[in-house]
Design a binder for this molecule. Structure first.
Ligand SMILES: CC(C)(COP(=O)(O)OP(=O)(O)OC[C@H]1O[C@@H](n2cnc3c(N)ncnc32)[C@H](O)[C@@H]1OP(=O)(O)O)[C@@H](O)C(=O)NCCC(=O)NCCS
Length: 188
């Protein structure tokens, strides 16, 4: 059993912080984690979008998520305390049936090891227990890894106003001029 399986095994338990058997631990983030998350947001996306992309990602995870959405977010650390993965999510204030995954990241060495999906399953469990019946998230049309991953995780892409080069439905200027997005939804 690898470390990711350990996380998966605990996915149906209440999503509280705790040591997992194996090398990885999962807990809720805290404001003190902000600086290391900013470093991860700069380094883990393979330079996607250049310097502007790095700045956008960093600004998309301000400290407030670690202050006010910590209970629905997760952070994974290795035995030596270094950051391995994170998920920032919340329960919609506006739509009582909806939960929202705002950001997810797995360190480059940890990708394709089942950690991203384990964190998603954990969030799905939390959301179901809170009475939510659907999960939403968005990604950039040029983030092909994210699109492949979310499709594999059972999300469907909502119709957009145009079709991207690779056939994905794109919402033009979704988050502002030039900030196109792909919109995902998954029933729980
Ligand atoms: C996208 C990301 C979160 C996926 O996490 P992960 O731990 O690598 O994913 P998992 O190993 O749990 O994979 C889950 C499934 O998705 C598939 N998958 C993951 N990444 C994929 C990719 N790039 N292309 C195709 N399939 C992929 C896996 O093969 C697996 O499918 P399986 O169950 O059939 O084996 C991670 O690669 C990452 O952090 N990427 C950079 C940041 C990013 O783009 N974040 C998302 C947008 S905010």
């Amino acid at each position: 059993m690898d470390a990711a399986d350990d996380i998966a095994d605990t996915a149906e338990r209440p999503p509280v912080p705790g040591r997992l058997t194996g090398e990885l631990t999962v807990r809720h983030p805290a404001p003190v984690d902000h600086a290391r998350l900013q470093v991860a947001l700069a380094g883990w996306w393979g330079g996607l979008g250049g310097e502007a992309g790095v700045l956008q990602r960093q600004l998309l995870v301000p400290r407030l998520f670690l202050q006010h959405f910590a209970g629905t977010s997760f952070l994974v650390e290795r035995a030596d305390g270094t950051l391995h993965a994170f998920l920032i999510g919340f329960l919609s204030q506006t739509e009582p049936d909806t939960a929202y995954i705002h950001f997810v990241g797995v360190c480059p060495d940890g990708k394709r090891g089942g950690v991203g999906s384990a964190l998603y399953r954990r969030f799905f469990t939390l959301a179901r227990e809170a009475g939510r019946t659907r999960v939403r998230c968005i990604t950039s049309p040029n983030n092909h890894d994210s699109i492949a991953y979310h499709t594999r995780m059972g999300f469907r892409m909502e119709p957009g106003d145009r079709t991207g080069d690779d056939g994905v439905p794109v919402h033009t200027d979704y988050d502002g001029p030039g900030l196109d997005r792909v919109s995902f939804v998954r029933e729980l």
